[in-house]
Design a binder for this molecule. Sequence first.
Ligand code: HEC
Ligand code: HEC
Length: 456
Amino acid sequence: MHLLATSTQRNLGMAIAVVAIVGFAVYLIYNVLWAGRAEKGSELDLAPNRKPYLSDEQLETSKLDLALVSGLVTLVIIGVALPLYWLGEPGRQQGYLEYSREQFTGRGAGLYEESCSSCHGGGGLGGTTDHTIADDNGNFVAAIKWEAPALTTTLYRFSEEEVRHILDYGRPPTPMQAWGLPGGGPLTSQQVDELIQYIQSIQLSPEQVQGEVMDGLVAQVRSDVRAANPELAARLDAAAAAVATAGPDEAAAEAAAREVAALEQELREASEQYIRSLAPADRGELLFDNGVYGCARCHTPRDSWQFTGPEVTPGAGPVVLERGSGAEAETIAQLGGLIPADISGGGGFGPNLTNGATLRQFDSAEGHASFIAIGSQEGVGYGNFGQGDGGGQMPAFGICVGDRDSGERSPIYGFCITEDGGTRPGMLTDAQIADIVAYERSEEFNLPAAVPGRGS
Ligand code: HEC
Ligand code: HEC
């Protein structure tokens, strides 16, 4: 953008210089070589100051009026046109900002495709990456797929400075490596800005965010709701089978597909009804486990891991674990606890919240909820006595923080302020956060350490 601007200015300057030089040359040629030569007559006759000038009448009327009018016009230009120009100036600057945003977004999109999409998916919609788990001595423990979260709500939860921190330093020990120069990565701070600008351009609307939060809850209760509505489930299965067996008969295939869509809609309404009817703590558990919209991916061990396989037995090469199966449990036992058990809230990238830890941190449900709403800020303590050590890594779930602590450093700002001057809501509603708090303060969540695998 800067390069482009300088080159436009340089081109303009060159054009003006060429016009001036050519003009001066023409002037010289005309005067010195040509017009300056021949005497056309006697100086007495031709000298301009010897000619009679206008009469007093003429001077005091049309000539004077002309001088006054041109003075007035000049004044009008100074008095009106200049302020008008300055009125337009902010618009011009705004246009320039938008232009540079577009430039940044375009370049960020290119960088994203190159460096990030292999893990975070095309368009930032989320994906997985192969990863190897090793023990403290660097010995191979297991091969897994690690889920790389969708980046389409990142700026609802993290400020731009926090995103910059994640990009600069990565998130060890996860596969998210340091990308910025401060963390030893390859990207300059301007490239990191461009990536943040690109991330801003792919953020979902608040309505889409709430829709996706609900989609995640509905997916989690699907089998429960099917079990509670056996007749609906049977009709759905029959319709799905009809789609599969419709063959080349297009009309039949279309009718079957319409039937499936209608029944899916019915199942969805039943699911939403079911979710509304749950006790707050149970709904809170669903919200806690809700993928990129939830908490488990940072607070529950192994939640971001996908187990596929199994391939080879422990000790004899790669162990690929299958989630939830007997084989997984067995392998984990054989691995001697190298992989922590997946106790909900038992700690991962974020601290262990169970076994009374969070209850000690927050005396009241209100304080607890407001921490989840605003997240942590680097260097700002939290909790009852500010004893929590804010690292800025706990996202804000209840308010949009995209612009928080971003200075005038980059052209990236304004995500949380909407075009009509309003503020964007957070990712979760107050009611949803209250449900999560009910879950985290429940007895089930705070089972004592005596329960095998529980506790910190
Ligand atoms: C090798 C795979 C990989 C690559 C390449 C990668 N990431 Fe990540 N990224 C991850 C994983 C995995 C996580 C989640 C870590 C965790 O579980 O806490 C993550 C987390 C993040 C987060 C935090 C999101 C959140 O909500 O917690 C951001 C932002 C991010 N990556 C941006 C990027 C950008 C931008 C690039 C390209 C410069 C990039 N990543 C490249 C794997 C990758
Ligand atoms: C991107 C990872 C991440 C996600 C997602 C996340 N957290 Fe956290 N959380 C953290 C980190 C890291 C901390 C520690 C504070 C810090 O480093 O700033 C933390 C701290 C906390 C604490 C304070 C714990 C203590 O004892 O100090 C609570 C409570 C909490 N998170 C609840 C939640 C809830 C509820 C959700 C989901 C709505 C959630 N977290 C989602 C990373 C995460």
